[in-house]
Design a binder for this molecule. Structure first.
Ligand code: GAL
Length: 747
């Protein structure tokens, strides 16, 4: 009996082992990982050849950039190499047996990928001397296909994969990569297209979202099932689901609009399972969630608490206030020379002499009254809080026009943004024509700059403009080189309030001495100091020469600390979470500028798209920029604002953190791969704390008092929800969505 049992057990074990092994071997046949990568800095085309001996090369990880592995600031070339056996058994299990896929993950910025010396794919090309914007290729995942009968493949033998990488700026190399080889299948020809802001909130508080699935395979139809699930952010529990049958003829698409209940703090998952191979693809979409409570009907004064102006220069300030209209405004203690329009809240005039003026502002309607202290500093320094406004670049690019600026100015008022302190309307590149009789002229899109300025001022808003110290702007338009004073005079005569001065082609005329970076900015500063108008001076040279250390010496009011931002998590997080070094230089009148906002409809050209940032990423964007005391320049078309974006930009408690009169930049107090904590000191002695979840999962994050450098019992206020969370001692824990933030004021 015992013996029989043992025999049976042995048999069962054997069967189990065989089963496990066969499962493992099926798995092994499915995907071949590419491990053991080696790396070398520099560039030599010999390195692509399989025969090259890379024994002396260093081992490297490909899930994190080379900067974090001892190759900090390697701007230029580097090569990765790995050896891998490509098993012919991959073909056995495949349905389509025509090509292999070599997946290498993300590469910052450009790559050329070689299989046994043969180029099998590249992204953004490899650029040398004339390195230009590679279309943000660094955010793309690379996957290159090779036909099974390509002689470059050594089936069942060693193959050498060599990747030539070029990095022009910032961190570089392969990252977020888990390289592997598999067969190309039907599922690889299927794409799911979704759109974050195609979420429509319906009357009964439910949502609708549109999805499109495309069959990109010309040779056959593709069928399968589409599973639509709504999952809770916190527990990732399925809250609602529905399954649909999908059939797509060759090169055809399938479209559906899905109605689902409004479930707070959740996301939608579309999973398509191809019916023959049962292989799946998945897309996740966060459902927009509105956090800022609606502004009360009773009056509230918002915006900056301090404003700088130079003596005898035109003064224009509109009191930002929410509350049911009509509102009546009052300002006690205005200096001589200034008057207030009691019905619009616009203060104008000019102050003849330097001085500090303490004003009591008040706003009243039938429901109540609100008062607030306000300070006017008449002296040399302007821009005492970071500029709040709009800039045309991230939406319209070079297609900006008078009509588009006017439409956004109108929307700045009609949307109510102006009531939260948003003021500047800045025209970026694309307005210039040529210098004629020493004067800069505007192209046909700006027939009358003075009347545009008058129009914008009549609404209590301000007008900004753009130029370059070089002969040409970055967009190839006329720059200010050798016309600095004439241009400054022109700007003042038109009524311009803000100048973004962008390095661009100055490189071609720059001298080679140690002064080369400052020289053009000093020259325009001198020119601006001679005009009888306050013009905020915004330096744009992408952070060269650690501009934050010297920007104030050329009277820069703001200076770009980085290259251009784009609407991806990669760009946002790389820029935003690398601002720590600039923090000590943030002060009233002088601001670090990590570039403009990428929320709402953006596009850098005539056609616009909804930002590719998820709702949580957008909360992170605005929170981080506010903590950094960054200029907040909205980069979208204001005439097409959706509810979510408007809500994001009208939280007065968030704006207060940005506009805090102390002007400190937040510093990072905790940094690890999953989360970071940033702290900003505020004028009233409280601190603003941003707890950022950088991981791909919802996370419970705990911060302790040592990290925050505080003592005793503290109240935490959730700034986005404008709600006190309670009193805490020693520790505070928040549940934070993926790429999201808990922004708190702690006092
Ligand atoms: C870039 C600048 C952008 C935009 C553009 C205009 O150099 O960083 O913000 O101004 O030029 O051509």
């Amino acid at each position: 009996m015992r013996k029989t049992n043992q025999t049976i057990m042995k048999k069962i074990y054997t069967i189990l082992i065989i089963l496990t092994l066969s499962v493992l071997s099926i798995k092994a046949q499915d995907v071949q990982p590419i491990n053991n990568w080696k790396f070398h800095v520099g560039d030599d085309m010999q390195w692509k050849t399989p025969a090259f001996n890379d024994n002396a090369w260093q081992q490297i990880r490909v899930d994190i950039p080379w900067d974090d592995q001892g190759y900090k600031k390697n701007e230029g070339y580097g090569w990765y190499r790995a050896k891998v056996v490509i098993p012919s058994s991959l073909k056995n299990k495949a349905y389509l047996k025509d090509s292999i896929k070599i997946y290498i993950g993300k590469v910052d910025e450009c790559d050329q990928t070689y299989l046994n010396g043969k180029l099998i794919g590249q992204n953004a090309g490899i650029v040398t001397a004339n390195f230009e914007d590679p279309n943000y290729a660094w955010t793309y995942e690379r996957c290159y296909c090779v036909a099974v009968n390509d002689p470059a493949i050594n089936w069942d033998k060693e193959n050498v994969i060599a990747i030539r990488v070029y990095n022009g700026y910032g961190i570089g190399g392969m990252y977020q990569a888990k390289p592997e080889i598999s067969m190309r299948e039907l599922i690889d020809y299927v794409k799911i297209y979704t759109d974050e802001t195609s979420f429509k909130q319906k009357e009964n508080n439910s949502y609708a979202n549109s999805v499109e699935i495309v069959n990109k395979y010309a040779a056959s139809k593709i069928t399968g099932k589409l599973l639509v699930q709504v999952k809770s952010n916190e527990k990732q529990k399925v809250l609602w689901e529905k399954q649909l049958d999908v059939t797509m003829l060759p090169l055809e698409h399938y479209k559906a609009t899905i109605d689902f209940p409004n479930v707070e703090n959740s996301y939608i998952v579309y999973t398509f399972t191809e019916s023959i191979t049962k292989k799946t693809i998945k897309t996740l979409l966060e459902i927009p969630y509105i956090l800022t409570p609606k502004a009360a009907k009773t009056p509230r004064i918002n915006g900056a608490k301090v404003f700088g102006v130079r003596p005898n220069h035109p003064f224009l300030y509109i009191i930002a206030a929410t509350g049911e209209r009509p509102l009546t405004y009052a300002a006690e203690g205005l200096p001589k020379g200034l008057t207030l329009d009691k019905t619009t809240g616009m203060i104008s005039g000019s102050i003849p002499a330097k001085g500090t003026f303490k004003i009591k502002l008040s706003v009243e309607n039938s429901l109540g009254k609100n008062t607030r202290d306000f300070k006017i500093e008449c002296g040399d320094l302007i821009c005492l809080t970071p500029p709040l406004g709009w800039n045309s670049w991230n939406c319209w690019g070079l297609s900006v026009s008078t009509d588009k600026v006017k439409a956004s100015a109108d929307a700045m008022v009609s949307s109510g943004l102006i009531n939260h302190g948003w003021t500047y309307m800045n025209i970026d590149d694309g307005w210039e024509l040529v210098h004629k009789d020493d004067s800069i002229t505007c192209n046909e899109k700006f027939p009358n700059m003075k009347s545009l300025a008058d129009y914008v001022h009549s609404k209590g808003l301000k007008l900004g403009i753009y130029s370059s110290p070089g002969p040409k702007t970055c967009g190839g338009y006329e720059g200010s080189f050798n016309y600095e004073q004439a241009d400054a005079n022109n700007y003042a005569a038109w009524g311009i309030d803000y100048l973004k001065y962008d390095w661009c082609s100055y490189e071609t005329v720059a001298c080679n001495d140690t002064d080369r970076l400052f020289k053009p900015y000093r020259k325009m500063q001198t020119a601006l100091s001679k005009v009888n108008r306050d013009i905020v001076y915004s330096l744009c040279q992408y952070g060269m020469g650690d501009v934050w250390k010297w920007g104030a010496t050329v009277n820069g009011n703001t200076w770009r600390t980085t290259g251009d931002i784009t609407d991806t998590w990669g760009s946002l997080s790389e820029i935003g979470f690398n601002q720590d070094k600039c923090a000590p230089y943030s002060q009233p009148g002088h601001w670090n500028d990590p570039d403009m906002l990428v929320v709402g409809k953006v596009g850098w050209g005539p056609s616009l798209h909804n930002t590719h940032l998820t709702p949580s990423e957008q909360y992170t964007h605005i929170s981080l920029w506010a903590l950094l005391s960054a200029p907040l320049l909205i980069g979208c078309d204001l005439s097409q604002l959706d509810d979510f974006t408007l809500n994001l930009l009208t939280n007065d408690e968030v704006i207060d953190i940005d506009q805090d009169p102390l002007g400190k930049g937040a510093t990072r107090v905790v940094k690890n791969t999953d989360y970071q904590v940033w702290v900003k000191q505020l004028e009233d002695g409280s601190i603003a704390v941003g707890i950022f979840n950088l991981s791909n999962d919802v996370k419970k994050i705990t911060v302790n008092w040592n990290e925050l450098n505080i003592k005793g019992t503290k109240t935490f206020r959730d700034v986005w929800r404008q709600k006190d969370l309670g009193k805490y001692k020693d520790l505070f824990t928040a549940t934070v969505s993926s790429h999201g933030v808990m922004l708190a004021r702690v006092y």
